[in-house]
Design a protein around this ligand. Structure first.
Ligand code: MV4
Length: 451
């Protein structure tokens, strides 16, 4: 097992990983930017190394500085968290070359899944259901349109290098195919320096269901059930829950087995997430695979009792998975609300600043993953998520009730947050009844504007 792990991240996920290291008896090394000198992760780690100015490109994204920090502190492994360098295959490769363990999959797998058209092609090859569309990337707009005409409109054109909603356009009719395709392609070229594209049938108002998997270095793969991440705004998830109300035990088994098959097909290792769209007829389609630990991993931890960060560390050290699929049981219900420093009534504008007053809720089944403390100043430099409020209870109804109580108790003063918005979502009849898909928040906001 590793003696010392460097955490190449900040905020709540860095704190989450430091805590896991401490519980495992592993020394932790934080890296921090100048603006993060008083951040919680900087204070909580056993050691902390300043790696540069606030701008992420000069600190949290600077591979050389991070590798130097690992080398001077003697850390033999790096956990990248999510965002930043977590899905950067060059970083994973650089670590492979200097014999520091990247806690995650190999650089090759990151590359393979990071290219969404390539991922799609691999999954087709493995017999995984995908949305009808091009086999992999298309070679020209003409070929793309031919495929679109064949599968029928609406279609969605997506950038191979995209993901998270960038470089994609919905095409409702063949008349607008060329213009939408070239807009998406131009966006992709500018954002990723890669203009390769693929085409899929557009699934209207799907649910976004993702399966957590764990794979060790010995060919053993398990799934830990699903998370329903349909509540998103502009491709940012807002509320996640496990299990999904839309999924029966039988469908869970089928989708879980598919997720395992997908992972095995590419000899995946470490923690990963297989994303599916689920349509109105309960048909599911692979769309992407995420090769990192995700923001919403706690809901899976709550319903399975498995610590995913510890599992990642154990797997990376070469230990075989102790878990068998038959040991993994989904029980109860967990919900996560992402707490952001933003103002929903000002178009969700970021609201950095100093937390003047803070009261964090607690009690049975309430978990808060956060790096905030009273007096802490949230810098304007990074993303606006400041906490994740997670509840666990015996069933969905109780979990919703518990989340509402917990939100009612949470006090954050000095900055604007989305907690009232979260409360309103939880109170909505359609949410309570589990009748929601990826279009819910947008409709919710539009109705609110009308009222
Ligand atoms: C789709 C889709 C419908 N059909 N693919 C959005 C983020 C990325 N991970 C995949 N996304 C989608 N892919 C097919 N074949 C619907 C979404 C989607 C979406 C797309 C455009 C605008 C807003 C959206 C919100 C949620 C999901």
């Amino acid at each position: 097992m590793f003696d010392k792990i460097l955490i190449a991240n900040r905020g709540e996920i860095a704190v989450r990983i430091i805590r896991a290291c401490r519980e495992m008896g592993i020394q932790s090394v934080a890296v921090y930017s100048e603006i993060d000198k008083d951040a919680l992760h900087t204070q909580l780690a056993d050691e902390a190394v300043c790696i540069g100015p606030a701008q992420a490109r000069d600190s949290y994204l600077d591979m050389k500085r991070i590798i130097s920090a690992a080398s001077v502190t003697g850390a033999t492994a790096i956990h990248p968290g999510f965002g930043f360098l977590s899905e950067n295959s060059k970083f994973a490769k650089a670590l492979e070359e200097c014999h520091i363990t990247f806690i995650g999959p190999t650089s090759e797998m990151i590359d393979k899944m990071g290219n969404k058209a390539e991922a799609r092609r691999s999954m087709i090859e493995a017999g995984i259901p995908v949305v009808p569309g091009s086999e992999g990337k298309v070679s020209s707009v003409e070929q793309a349109k031919e495929i679109a005409n064949k599968i029928g409109y609406p279609v969605i054109v997506k950038a191979s290098a995209g993901g998270g909603g960038r470089g994609m356009r919905i095409v409702m009719h063949s008349d607008e195919f060329e213009s939408q395709f070239s807009t998406a392609q131009m966006e992709a070229k500018n954002a990723f320096g890669d203009n390769s594209m693929y085409v899929e049938k557009y699934i209207q108002n799907p649910k976004h269901i993702e399966f957590q998997i764990l794979a060790d270095h010995h060919g053993h793969v398990v799934h830990l059930g699903e998370r329903d991440c349909s509540l998103q705004r502009r491709h940012q998830k807002v509320i996640e829950e496990a299990p999904s109300k839309a999924i029966t035990k039988k469908l869970r088994q089928k989708m879980g087995e598919t997720a395992i098959k997908a992972a095995k097909a590419i000899e995946y290792r470490n923690a990963g997430t297989v994303e599916f769209l689920l349509d109105k007829d309960q048909q599911f389609y692979f769309i992407e695979m995420n090769t990192r630990i995700q923001v919403e991993h706690p809901v899976t931890e709550m319903v399975t009792g498995i610590d995913l960060i510890k599992e990642q560390i154990k797997i990376a050290s070469g230990k075989p998975l102790f878990l068998k699929q038959s040991d993994i049981e989904i029980s109860g219900h967990a919900i996560e609300c992402r707490i952001n420093a933003e103002n929903p009534s000002k178009g969700f504008a970021p609201s950095p600043g100093t937390i003047e007053q803070l009261h964090i809720p607690g009690g049975n089944g309430i978990r808060v993953d956060s790096a905030m403390y009273q007096g802490y100043t949230i810098p304007p430099t990074y993303d606006s998520m400041i906490a994740k409020l997670i509840v666990y209870d015996k069933d969905r109804k109780s979990a919703i009730g518990k989340m509402k109580s917990a939100i009612g108790e949470l006090i954050i003063q000095g900055i604007d947050t989305n907690i009232d918005f979260q409360y309103d979502l939880l109170n909505h009849k359609a949410f309570i009844e589990g009748r929601y898909d990826t279009s819910f928040i947008e409709s919710f906001l539009n109705n609110q504007l009308k009222a």
